[in-house]
Design a protein around this ligand. Sequence first.
Ligand SMILES: Cc1cc2nc3c(=O)[nH]c(=O)nc-3n(C[C@H](O)[C@H](O)[C@H](O)COP(=O)(O)OP(=O)(O)OC[C@H]3O[C@@H](n4cnc5c(N)ncnc54)[C@H](O)[C@@H]3O)c2cc1C
Ligand code: SF4
Ligand code: SF4
Length: 374
Amino acid sequence: MPPEKLHWAHLYQEVVTSGLCTGCSACIVVCPYDVLEYDDQDGHYRPFHIAADGGAEDCTHGVRGCTLCTRACPRFRDWETEIDHYLFGRDRTDEEVSGIATQVVLARATDPEVLEVGQDGGFVSALLIWALEHDEIDAALVSDLEGDGTSWRAVPAVARTREEVLRTAGSRYTYCANPMAYAQATEGGAERLALVGMGCQTSATAVMSARKAGKVARRFSLSIGLLCSKTFDDAIFPELFEARYNLPREQIKKMNIKGVFQLWMRDGSYHEVPLKEAHAWTREGCKACPDFAAEHADISTGGIGAFNDWTLTLIRTERGREIFDAMVRDGAVELRPIDDDPGAVALLRRLSTASRKRWPSTAVPMPGRIPVRA
Ligand SMILES: Cc1cc2nc3c(=O)[nH]c(=O)nc-3n(C[C@H](O)[C@H](O)[C@H](O)COP(=O)(O)OP(=O)(O)OC[C@H]3O[C@@H](n4cnc5c(N)ncnc54)[C@H](O)[C@@H]3O)c2cc1C
Ligand code: SF4
Ligand code: SF4
């Protein structure tokens, strides 16, 4: 970051109103004066400045020297290169379109109860349970469903126990700003936090560390990324699933995306909705995102590939390596070599390349070769 004092006015102009903002909520979480709030109504997912003295576009604390929101934003200025250098100490090569990783492997929980509730191999839930039970973390910021779950509205949540991890396992395909659960976790006394989230969220905790965003940065001690090419507006439930397919949201039991939207209903029926029909409900904040593979998480996870009940797992950082190896030694997960599924690696590369093409040419240039538009 340059020595000039970069604050909300810069973030507002360069990220929030330029189309780069992902709605990750990191700026809100780090703001020490609580002058930022989150608008997640009607598909917005944006921070806004509430202080009357600074107005929407400026911040009086920023003018006096506070820079924390720009230090936490995973889309501000040269974020990718800064984080790559901080985490890995080098530039990525042109070949590393999915980010830098030391190992790609298939993993799944050995505990049948965890495997059962997990979206793919239950690896993420197994990791959280292992880290809580081995005193590596005090709490995890995850995603839950509002109320009894029938609204399918994803809400940030804190998991401190095995039961809470199991209750919040599985994937919701609408956006959930998990960092927003930070206050609830720390008010409950947690000091060492794990964050589960999309690439924009796991780049946020990484950029906070790279740019020394104070106490909040230091509390994030582990990040687990979810591979992601887009999330959808909540309006997809009434406007697509219910209006066109007669699948009311309260009747949906489980969802997955494997080339198509897969929907399992409470009455036992199964339905598929072509992904191209869902594109119209793509969330605005995803349209310029270049990161499919959660490139700055300690460990990134996804469900692509030939095997439904395994999690494609990328070990990226030393912290990720340390936790992963200890879990394997303890028998909390079982592994399968990625060579068993070469198609998954090819697809990872293809989807990562497609996402990188979304980064606007008007923004700070991305590291690595810019993929040629197909
Ligand atoms: C919106 C979304 C899009 C995805 N797109 C892809 C994709 O295109 N390709 C691919 O390979 N994988 C994708 N994934 C990842 C995949 O669905 C699994 O999350 C991943 O493989 C881990 O599986 P698991 O069984 O190990 O996780 P689990 O053990 O089931 O744990 C999943 C964790 O994710 C959290 N979570 C669930 N939904 C959300 C959400 N909306 N926001 C933040 N956290 C959430 C849960 O709280 C839980 O902690 C996506 C996930 C999400 C949430
Ligand atoms: S400049 Fe400081 S006080 Fe103002 S919005 Fe950013 S973090 Fe909050
Ligand atoms: S991308 Fe995240 S940190 Fe940056 S302005 Fe948007 S919500 Fe704030």
